[in-house]
Design a protein. Structure first.
Ligand code: ADP
Ligand code: MG
Length: 392
């Protein structure tokens, strides 16, 4: 009854706590990850009696719970340390969000209460400051480098290597590193010396099964929605759809959140399967918009050349149109070979489709057609001021 009244009072809302479906929310329980939680807890526990924990490498596909589990354990560790009056230093950085090597270092420094200027230092100087902050802390410092594969594939493994070496120079401070990677082939990117120190311990997170996703989602739904506001079938459908590629809990949670938003906009009394289906389309559309928006100029021009035609055209025809568009905006066209490459990329992004069409005795030819609604596509392309004159 309470839920029904609260819901009535809050207008048409289905959500009792929308934050419980946001990406940085850490649930109170993480089902199916008990072993990993205990395992990481055991690896880190030496810090509670003043010893250096081993380095640790966690890897598994996106949405397998790596970030959530790591943050969960760290929160518990901090709590346990605080109870004992022990000072632990834990630095968490997502290297993809940080974006650059320099920002990774400045985030680490910040977590150690040291401000580093936004720019102006060399990476070497920034590193030296982090090291002296660790030294000054006279403690065991745990550094979590989340999405470490981003850092290493864009900037190489210098920082990681240097971090694994600082212990040779420090006393009594010690650094332990937890690297988290979404890319299973990450280890191949590391120099063997770097790999062997980073992976003193390793842990693999396997994708969730559709049934596991269902349990996870049911718990998240209970935390985020009023009771009775989500059909069980809708939860099952979210889990099945998110589990269809690899058991990605992030996709499942996102889908449930968007389904809730769709149902709410319709002022529906509860989230049903039809809202999940509509949510899939909305997510797909948002993904497409984002993909188009972030295309480089020439890829946008190629996409526009595919669009202006309506029916499918050959690569040669598209190239002609593309070259004409380039002339109209006084831009030098790329070669036809480069354009074939860009078409293949647009195909991979699901924005165009390239089909081989039989032409009788003349053999087969590639026909390209657009997979995106023309109006939406033009609308997004017109945000690019360089293309404006081609679209009016
Ligand atoms: P990864 O870091 O492996 O890509 P995350 O830890 O970010 O995955 O998990 C993605 C989403 O799924 C987050 O919203 C997280 O809270 C949720 N999640 C993952 N595993 C579980 C679990 N076992 N129970 C509840 N929620 C989970
Ligand atoms: Mg993650």
């Amino acid at each position: 009854m309470d839920d029904i009244f609260k819901r009535a009072l809050s207008g048409q809302s289905l959500f009792s706590n929308r934050d419980a479906l946001s990406s940085d929310y850490i649930p109170v329980r993480l089902p199916f990850r008990e072993n990993q939680i205990i395992g990481i807890g055991e690896i880190l526990s030496p810090i509670l009696h003043g010893s250096r924990p081993s380095n640790l490498l966690l890897y598994g596909k996106t949405g397998s719970g790596k970030t959530a589990v790591a943050r969960y354990v760290l929160r518990r560790l901090k709590g346990a340390a605080a109870e004992q009056g022990i000072d632990v230093n834990i630095c968490y950085v997502n290297t993809r969000f940080a974006g650059t090597e320099y920002r990774v270092l400045s985030n680490l420094a910040e977590a150690l209460n040291l401000k580093i200027p936004f720019t102006g230092l060399s990476a070497g100087e920034a590193f030296a400051r982090v090291e002296s902050a660790v030294d000054a802390s006279k403690s065991n410092v745990v550094m979590i480098l989340d999405e470490i594969d981003f850092l290493v594939s864009n900037y190489g493994d210098d920082i990681v290597y240097e971090l694994t070496r600082v212990n040779e120079r420090l006393n009594p401070s010690r650094v332990s590193i937890i690297g988290i990677s979404n890319d299973l082939r990450f280890k191949e990117l590391l120099d063997p010396r770097c790999l062997s120190s980073l992976s003193e311990e390793e842990m693999v997170f396997s994708p969730y099964t559709a049934n596991e996703l269902k349990t996870i989602l049911a718990e998240r739904a209970a935390a985020a929605f009023y009771r009775g506001a989500v059909d069980e079938a809708a939860i099952g459908l979210c889990a099945a759809l998110a589990g269809s590629e690899h058991g990605d809990a992030r996709r499942a949670v996102d889908l449930l959140r968007v389904s809730g938003e769709v149902a709410e906009r319709e002022t529906a009394p509860r989230v049903e399967e039809k809202h999940v289906r509509a949510a899939v389309q909305r997510i797909e559309r948002d993904r497409m918009v984002e993909a188009i928006r972030s295309l480089p100029l020439h890829a946008k021009l190629v996409l526009l050349s595919v669009l202006t035609n309506g029916v499918s055209a050959s690569t040669g025809e598209i190239y002609q149109r593309y070259a004409k568009q380039c002339r109209r905006i006084a831009t030098e066209p790329l070669t036809q070979r480069r354009i074939s490459g860009l078409l293949a990329e647009l195909d991979l992004l699901g924005l165009v489709s390239a089909n081989l069409v039989s032409q009788g005795r003349y053999g087969r030819t590639k026909k390209i057609s657009s997979l995106t609604p023309i109006d939406t596509c033009k609308e997004i392309l017109s945000e690019d001021s360089t293309l404006g004159s081609l679209l009016t």
